[in-house]
Design a protein around this ligand. Structure first.
Ligand code: NAD
Ligand code: UGA
Length: 460
């Protein structure tokens, strides 16, 4: 069936808008896609050789379509006027003020885009919530449209994004599912089918789930909450392993072999980070409270409490290992991104761990292969004047006179470091705190390191 969609506008050129639209542009060369943003610098970067976000495979995808049917600009009003379908892909951070402060989602950017659509659309459009939003946000968007002078009936769809950073391109190429929610009216169902037709160009029909609006909106928050809950669950068990001599990786393997549990997302760590898990769970907690369900709210809040405890516990272990004195000690920090294969540091657990070590007046030599130094300084609320925070461009620079190596992100290249040479360059006793359980601990102990890891019998 020929698609009725010839032009797409995506408002928000971030981690979701950029890669998602690059994939659609590649799969649908006949559709023109305008990705627009208010951030001029970001748009200039999307139009340059060095893209604003690092994601394996992204630059090739963008290079293929940019200037052909994929365009990045700040011309939001024009792109909205011309588009058949408009994706709202703006940020939805946690509210920091007023009612619902530190819990509810701040929907001001979504509302602002809705207003711009209401003011500029000259005929009815399909408007797609791509951002993660609280259940019933479509009602608020519709209220903005209904109050506008034109009063066009734009169909509002929910089509949450499930990509994970670091694997965004393969996630977009071959998603487990595409979720589309819409009104169960003839117009709503027709809009759902039009959006499904786009995805159906490369995603089999059986993987496209169609639901009502509210199920789709809520499912996104719930998916993130369940994923985060698994990490908190295994992290809680990691603490018990350390006390009992069990090995958390062996436990994860044993329970993950049960097909009802499954093996994924059971890597014990220093805690989860990233821009979304915390904010989306807070949002879920707020919704439960709002609808008078304090027990359900408390249940989900405990996932966050466990995560905070795990970060704190790991940092405390480092300080304890030095008998509570790390003042003036040099510590090598390997990794700052919230996970490997991304340059994103939002809510990275590395921030909490580093801040705690800095409170104790340690000197940190930090290396991350993809995170720009300014992002690290900003995250730690400091700058290059601070001699306790030194950003290195090579991991080997971080070992000189260091007392400990602390692995905070699971970058593959950390496995290939010459730890014999590192050990020689360091002060003795030399420690390794492996916050991601990615190194060969037996080998490191053989070299002479004292090793502490997550959820393992620690044989220092
Ligand atoms: P981001 O901050 O990287 O990008 C959002 C962009 O929207 C920014 O560049 C901002 O300038 C732009 N923007 C804000 N208001 C605007 C306006 N009125 N007009 C034009 N542009 C505007 O955020 P992100 O990480 O891409 O996340 C976007 C949404 O997708 C969030 O709701 C998030 O929860 C959700 N999400 C994110 C991920 C992820 O991996 N980062 C995955 C799935 C879902
Ligand atoms: C997560 C979800 O996986 C995506 O489906 C979702 O679209 C996205 O949030 C979002 O809504 O933003 P992302 O945060 O990019 O994706 O990355 P994840 O792979 O989920 O990792 C999140 C955090 O959990 C990372 O800090 C990671 O290191 C940690 N993690 C993950 C563990 O500690 N252990 C694990 O087993 C898995």
């Amino acid at each position: 069936m020929a698609s009725k969609i010839h032009k797409i506008c995506c408002v928000g050129a971030g981690y979701v808008g950029g890669p998602t639209m690059a994939m659609i542009a590649n799969k649908c060369p006949d559709i023109r896609i305008d990705v627009v943003d208010i951030n001029e610098k970001r748009i200039a970067e999307w139009n340059s050789e060095i893209l604003p976000i690092y994601e394996p495979g992204l630059s090739d995808l963008v290079a293929e379509a940019r200037g052909r049917n994929l365009f990045f600009s700040t011309e939001t009003e024009r792109a909205i006027r011309e588009a058949d379908i408009i994706f709202i892909s703006v940020n939805t951070p946690t509210k920091t003020y007023g009612q619902g402060a530190h819990r509810a989602a701040d929907l001001r950017y979504v509302e602002s885009v809705s207003r711009t659509i209401a003011e500029n659309a000259e005929e009815p459009k399909i408007v797609v919530e791509k951002s993660t939003i609280p259940v019933r946000t479509a009602e608020a968007i519709r209220a903005v449209f209904d109050a506008s002078e034109t009063q066009h009936h734009h169909e509002v769809l929910s089509n949450p994004e499930f990509l994970a950073e670091g694997t965004a391109i393969s996630d977009l190429e071959s998603p487990d599912r595409i979720l589309i929610g819409g009104e169960q009216t003839p117009g709503g169902l027709e809009a759902i089918n039009q959006l499904a037709d786009i995805y159906n160009r490369w995603i089999p029909e059986e993987r496209i789930i169609k639901t009502n609006l509210w199920s789709s909106e809520l499912s996104k928050l719930v998916a993130n909450a369940f994923l985060a809950q698994r990490v908190s669950s295994i992290n809680s068990i990691s603490a018990l392993c350390e006390k009992t001599g069990a090995d958390v990786d062996e436990v994860a393997k044993a329970i993950g072999a049960d097909s009802r549990i499954g093996p994924k997302f059971l890597n014990a760590s220093i805690g989860f980070g990233g821009s979304c898990f915390e904010k989306d769970i807070l949002n879920l907690v707020y919704l439960c409270e709002h609808f008078g369900l304090p027990e359900a709210a408390q249940y989900w809040e405990s996932v966050l409490q466990m995560n905070d405890w795990q970060k704190q516990r790991f940092a405390d272990q480092i300080v304890d290992s030095f008998f509570n004195t790390i003042t003036d000690k040099v510590i090598s920090i390997l990794g700052f991104a919230f996970k490997k294969d991304t340059n994103d540091t939002r809510k990275s657990p590395a921030i909490d761990v580093c801040k705690r070590l800095l409170e104790e007046k340690a000197t940190l030599l930090i290396y991350d292969p993809k995170v720009e130094p300014t992002k690290i300084y900003d995250a730690l609320e400091t700058d290059e004047e601070n001699s306790n925070v030194v950003i290195c461009s090579d991991p080997n620079q971080t070992f000189e006179k260091a007392q400990a190596i602390v692995v905070l992100t699971e970058w593959d290249e950390f496995k290939d470091i010459d730890y014999e040479a590192a050990h020689q360059a360091m002060q003795k006793p030399a420690w390794i705190f492996d916050g991601r359980n990615v190194l060969d601990h037996k080998k490191l102990t053989g070299i002479g390191f004292k090793v502490r890891s997550i959820g393992k019998p620690n044989e220092a």
